[in-house]
Design a protein around this ligand. Structure first.
Ligand code: 8YV
Length: 315
């Protein structure tokens, strides 16, 4: 039997490349020098796309593949896949939920701790001789017992809340509606009101056109000069210009960010700031989770081509 032809949008770890190449005829989009010419040549053969959360699949890419049947996303977020283009042609879309939830929550909480206690600066303080030369490291803010807000109480938001309870924090959340599973958490419908009442604001929303810049100037101002914004979702949920202005002017205390507009080429204004912790979009980046994500990407593709139910369908 001939292997289905698939388009691979970005690289995967070696442990995924081998089984992917064994099961499919793989065309590596990311290695093509002339991407348009590459798509024009192999597009008609392509029946599946294997992509990553942040890379997605654009309408142009989808249209260049007239025989496309399925798009399998390595990631829970599928906002970079043009779903309208998929719906028009009945193209199936899958993602990798659940397997990454706890790692993403872990990194969010690690970023909060790291930033609030100044762990990176304190490490430098030891290494550059400041401890011996200048004395004690400047004091930073406590985490336990303070107030946390979670914007978007889905799977990841709930896991963040579970962890924050261990720090005896007062936890509030904003979501489209109150959630029965939000045991011990206070519902605040308005994100501005949520931000006003907390010290740490976690953004754990699934991104969509409706959530674009939901964290705008008002939310950032409400969080204020002692507040910290932690983003482990998508950059589009935050008005980055407003965030940069507030961080530069000190009207927002600090931020801890795993995602950026135009990443990995982030706005250089971030690099000049010392009140922001920068991470390279790796909240799901553990060996265990990435292996499970890669397996699920293949399981979805294989189920589709075998005519079996998709394990984790989006569309
Ligand atoms: C990325 C993600 O897909 O789950 C998501 O939505 O953004 C991530 O897991 C991951 O960084 C791999 O590129």
């Amino acid at each position: 039997m001939t292997k289905p032809h698939i388009l691979q949008v970005g690289p995967y770890p070696e442990w995924d490349e081998t089984p992917l190449n064994a099961a499919f005829a793989v065309h590596r989009y990311f290695e093509a020098a002339d991407k348009q010419a590459f798509l024009a040549e192999i597009g008609p053969d392509i029946r599946g796309i294997a992509t990553r959360g942040e890379l997605g699949a654009s309408r142009a890419m989808i249209e260049a593949c007239p025989n496309l049947e399925v798009i399998s996303v390595y990631g829970v977020g599928y906002d970079a896949v043009d779903l309208a283009a998929c719906r028009e042609r009945g193209i199936r879309v899958t993602n990798t939920p659940d397997v990454l939830t706890k790692d993403v929550a872990d990194l969010g909480v690690a970023m909060m701790l790291c930033q609030s206690r100044g762990v990176i600066g304190a490490e430098t303080w030891v290494r550059d001789g400041s401890w011996a030369g200048r004395g004690l490291y400047p004091l930073r803010r406590r985490v336990w017992g303070r107030r946390a807000g979670i914007l978007g109480l889905g799977r990841i938001g709930l896991e963040v809340a579970k962890r924050l309870k261990g720090f005896d924090m007062q936890i509030s959340y904003s979501s489209t509606r109150p959630k029965p599973e939000a045991d011990g958490l206070t519902f605040v419908a308005d994100p501005v009101a949520l931000a006003r009442d907390v010290d740490f604001l976690f953004v754990t929303l699934a991104a969509s056109a409706a959530t674009r810049h939901i964290v705008g100037r008002e939310v950032i101002a409400a969080l204020g000069e002692n507040g910290m914004l932690i983003n482990i979702s998508r950059a589009s949920n935050i008005d980055e210009e407003a965030l940069l202005d507030a961080l530069e002017q000190g009207t927002l205390g600090s931020a801890a960010l795993d995602v950026f507009e135009g990443e990995p080429a982030l706005n250089p204004r971030f690099l000049a700031l010392d009140n922001v912790l920068l991470q390279p979009h790796h909240a799901s980046g553990t060996i265990e989770t990435r292996k499970a994500m890669g397996q699920l990407v293949r399981d979805n593709l294989q189920a589709h081509f075998a005519g079996a139910p998709l394990p984790t369908p989006v569309l």
